[in-house]
Design a protein around this ligand. Structure first.
Ligand code: PAF
Length: 283
């Protein structure tokens, strides 16, 4: 497995591979790999000649009071996991090499980036789309893999790729969960045993809402109130949002149908957990 930390070198290697007729699969990450990332790696490994994984904790997608400094990092552990999973190249640029002092360009996806996490984390999606656009230009992938835990991120990236005619196929893969249902996230490592237990309320809320909807309750406001009541039972839970949205527009819906997704963001202490599920799908 090659480790490349230089932007120009990564781009040169990718262009050479393309010229030689090789297909490139790409898994962009911020590191501290878990089984969710590895499910993306596994799919990418099966679908292309060369598999590139990036590890870059992108400063521009964190707000001033967010966890950029404390975001978990362990490159040696990540390298070992990547190698065992069959990654060919790990790209680990520095922030200085990704963003020059003169940089003046931002990729902004309107509408889809405004609701949900876009409302509570201003500027977050501009940071994500700009870095993903840059990474696509550097790594030159044919296919790129993202997890559905970041449901809104996946929608925003698909929109960017379509709008800017990027020659990349975006593949979204299902949320990978711990045995007790908690969605895998690098941020789960922040949680004490007590807060982790409280965090399972997200899964419980999704299940309660799903069961009620499948039993016939289709009013979104009633279902959101039900989820809210369940989350509020936890001593440290601070709800950022609980919304039921259309999967294509990410606008709130009044009535649940096959396209309705429940999306939740809840803080437990300093840790913000997100989760989602198609309302009518069993979790
Ligand atoms: O999902 C993530 O880990 C990040 O938002 C991404 C896509 C790697 C961009 O920094």
């Amino acid at each position: 497995m090659e480790i490349i930390d230089c932007v120009d070198e990564m781009q040169r290697r990718a262009l050479e591979l393309r010229a030689a007729g090789k297909s490139i699969a790409f898994v962009p990450t911020m590191g501290y790999l878990h089984r969710g990332h590895l499910s993306l790696v596994e799919r990418g490994r099966a679908e292309a000649d060369v598999l590139v994984l990036s590890i870059f904790v992108n400063p521009t997608q964190f707000g001033p009071n967010e966890d950029f400094d404390s975001y978990p990092r362990d490159l040696q552990r990540d390298f070992a996991l990547a190698q065992a999973a069959g990654v060919d190249m790990v790209f680990t640029p520095t922030a200085d090499s990704m963003y020059s002092a003169e940089a003046a360009t931002t990729v902004h996806v309107a509408r889809l980036s405004e609701n949900l996490c876009g409302a509570s984390r201003p500027g977050h999606f501009d940071g994500v789309t700009t870095v993903v656009c840059k990474l696509f230009n550097i790594v030159q992938p044919h296919k790129a893999y993202f997890g559905m835990k970041d449901f809104q991120q996946l929608s925003v990236i698909r929109r960017m790729v379509a709008d800017l005619n990027m020659p990349v196929e975006v593949v979204g893969l299902p949320i990978v969960r711990e045995d007790d249902g908690l969605a895998m996230s690098s941020r789960n490592t922040y949680l004490s045993a007590e807060l982790r237990q409280q965090g399972l309320a997200l899964v419980d809320a999704i299940r309660l809402v799903g069961a009620a909807a499948r039993a016939g309750e289709r009013d979104a406001a009633t279902l959101v109130a039900m989820a809210r009541r369940r989350i509020e039972q936890e001593a440290d839970a601070e709800i950022d949002y609980i919304q039921i949205c259309n999967d294509a527009t990410l606008s709130d819906v009044d009535t649940v149908d096959e396209q309705a997704v429940i999306l939740l963001a809840v803080r437990f202490g300093a840790t913000r957990l997100i989760d989602n599920n198609y309302v009518l799908n069993e979790l």
